[in-house]
Ligand binder design. Sequence first.
Ligand code: CUA
Length: 499
Amino acid sequence: MEIPHKFMITKKLLKYLSLSSLIAILLLSCSPHHEQSTFTNAGPVAQAQSELFYLMFWIAGIIFVLVQGALIFALLNFRRKEHPIPGSDFKLPDIPPKQVHGNTKLEILWTIIPALILVAIAVPTVQTIYSTYEPPEDSDPLEIVAMGHQWWWEFRYPDEGIVTANELRVPTNRPVKVTLQSQDVIHSFWIPQVAGKKDTVPGNTNQMWFQVDEPGNYSGQCAEFCGVAHARMRFRVIAEDEADFNVWLNAMKTPPKTTSSEGYGLFLAHCSMCHSIDSYMNESYEKEITVQDDRWADWFHNQEESARVSAPNLTHLGIRTMLAAGQKDMTRENLIAWIKDPSDIKQGTRMQSVATVYQGGAAKLKEHEVEAIADYLLSQIPDGWGSVSTSTESLEEAEVMVWNTPEEHGEYLFVNQGCSGCHSLNEDEVIVGPSMYGLIDRSGSKVEGLSAEEYIYQSITYPNEYIVDGYAANVMPQIFINLSEEELNALVSYLITIK
Ligand code: CUA
C-alpha cells in the first residue's frame, strides 16, 4: 500500500520534532547556570563531590567507548557473508569460524581489569565520604542543626542561641558543620551548588559539612520523598562575608522596633500557639527547643490525636526573603495570600488542619484582620535593621494613648494583646484557655502565700508555672514577660473586675 505523500511529511516532521525536543530537554537539564545545578561548584565540598563525579564519568565513558567500539568492530568485520559462484545464481554460505571454548588468560584478564576499575573508584569515593563528614581539623566551623519537618526546615545555631526556619544564614569561607535530624519522617538535606545530599532520619543523627566561597543565595531542596509537599520543601542558604553575618547574628538577638498593634493581638490569639516570634529573648532558645521536642514526642506517640505540630519560628520574619519554605518571595501581597489560604500556595501544609482559626478551610478572619497580621509580621525587623515600613510608623502613633484608669488600660491590653482570643469572659465558655469569669474569687486560694493579684500576675508572666486542671501546658505564649510593669498591673486590675 502506498502511503500518501502528505502523511509521510507529517510523520517525518513528528520524528524531527520529538528528537529536537529531546535534545532540548537534555541540554536544558545540563545547564550549569541553573540555581539547582550540581555543575556549578560554590565550595570545596561541592568541588570534591564534583571531582568524584567526573572521575566516574570519564572511567565509565572510556569503558563505554571501548566496549561499544569492540562491538561495532565485530559486527562490521565478522558479519555473515555470502560468496557468489561465478556463472550461476547460487551463493556459497559463509563458513562458520572455528568455535573456541574457554581461554584462561582472557578470563583472568577480564576479571582483574574490572576489579582494578572498582578499586580506582572505591578509593577516592571512600576518601571523599570521610572528607565531607568532618570539617578540616584546623578550622573553626560554625555549628548548626538542620531539622527536617513536614514540610519545612528548622535551623538551630546552638552556640549562638538562635532558631530560624527555611533560610540558613552562613558566613563565607568558613566551614559549616551540620548536624542532621528529623522530627517526623526521613528528609534529605541538599544544597545542589554547595553540598549534599544527606538524609535526616528520625531518631538518628547524621552529620556533614559545607563551605561557601562567595556571598550569595543558594537554593536548597529536600531530596527524599517525604509526603504530599515534598517538592515544596525548599530552603535558601544566604552566604555573607563574616562582617555581614555577624550583623545578622546580633540582629537576631535584638528585639524588633514595635511589638504592639492590632496584628500583634490577632497573632497572639490565632498563631502563637504554634509559632514563636521572640527568639531574641534570653533563654528563648532553650524554651523553643524544649517546646519543639515536646511536640515531636506528642506527635511520635499519637499522630492521630496530637493537636500540636511543630511550626516554623517566625522571629524577625520581616527580614526573610521567602515564605512557605521557598514557595514565594516575601512580599506583603504573598504573605496575605499565604495567611488567608495556605493550601492554595502549598498543598499539604498542616496549618489549616491544626489552627482553629482555619477550621480546615480559608482563615475565618476579616480581610483587614489578615492584613493586620501580615503587617505585624512584616514589621518584625530587628531595631536598627534597614528601614522600617510606613505601616509600622503609623502603628507607633497609635500606641500613644491615654487611659483614665488602670482597668480601662487593662481591658484594652486584654483585647490588644490577644488574651481575648483564647480566654472568654463568660461563665462556662471555653475558647482555648480557662474563662476569666469570676477570676478574683478563685485566684486567692490557688497557691498558698500568693494573693489573687499575685497569682494572676505570675500566671501571665510564667504561664507554665500554674496550669489549671484539665488544660495543657505550653499552650499559652510565654512572651508577656515583655510587657512593662505598668501594663502587667493594668491587666491584673482589669482581670479581677470580671464577674
Ligand atoms: Cu522533606 Cu522531602
